[in-house]
Design a protein around this ligand. Sequence first.
Ligand code: GDP
Ligand code: MG
Ligand code: ZN
Length: 223
Amino acid sequence: MSEIVTIQQSVMAEDEKYAFRIRKRMGRTLMVNIIGSPGCGKTTLLEETASRAPFLFAVIEGDLETSRDAERLAAKNVETLQINTKGCCHLEAHVIEKALESLSLDAVDVLFVENVGNLVCPAEFDLGEDFKVAVVSTPEGADKPLKYPFLFVQSEAVLLTKVDLLPYVRFDKEMFSRDVRSLNPKSPIIELDLISGAGVDTWVSFLSRRLEEKRAHADRQST
Ligand SMILES: Nc1nc2c(ncn2[C@@H]2O[C@H](COP(=O)(O)OP(=O)(O)O)[C@@H](O)[C@H]2O)c(=O)[nH]1
Ligand SMILES: [Mg+2]
Ligand SMILES: [Zn+2]
């Protein structure tokens, strides 16, 4: 048992080196790691972001199989690279570093990673991102923050998607907000209806603000 723990720790320590290099390489590009269950709306969020964002972005897509999500984003003229993890339930920094070789980031303001649909281990891996974002959709139920606390502690924004379905599903929004706040007092909770697009502007403004902060920070570092 203790051996397994040791191996896991050493793999994660090794990955921290890749994450450190990626963070350095990003320069003025904001890197955002999007984490949520399968079907919560991660790809739809990126499609809607493409229609409204004043910044240019690229996406690294993580899925076990297929390049369907990459194709959806390519149809929106977003530069996308699909990673197939072939059974692995999260992305790791060494895989991201390899993927970066095939992306041209020169003209890109923001790099999104759509992580493998999973609320558990993606939260534990540093990909070299500026911050993680947790996505939950209303049909999943309001109890998810306390059941998967680490993701919500780690995330710098919490997105609640499919709010258009609130009249049809049992979702206690007050409990959800209270539980998120108990784990993470600061991060914004952004409500989204990705069918009508309601809330997407708030998400885009949040990203624009974070991009400005990143650029200001990077410029201070280089002077
Ligand atoms: N009603 C509703 N459906 C949504 C919303 N966002 C995404 N969906 C639908 O949920 C399904 C899964 O979305 P997708 O973006 O592929 O989820 P992903 O697996 O997290 O990337 C699709 O059928 C979307 O059209 C939303 O805000 N409201
Ligand atoms: Mg997807
Ligand atoms: Zn995993």
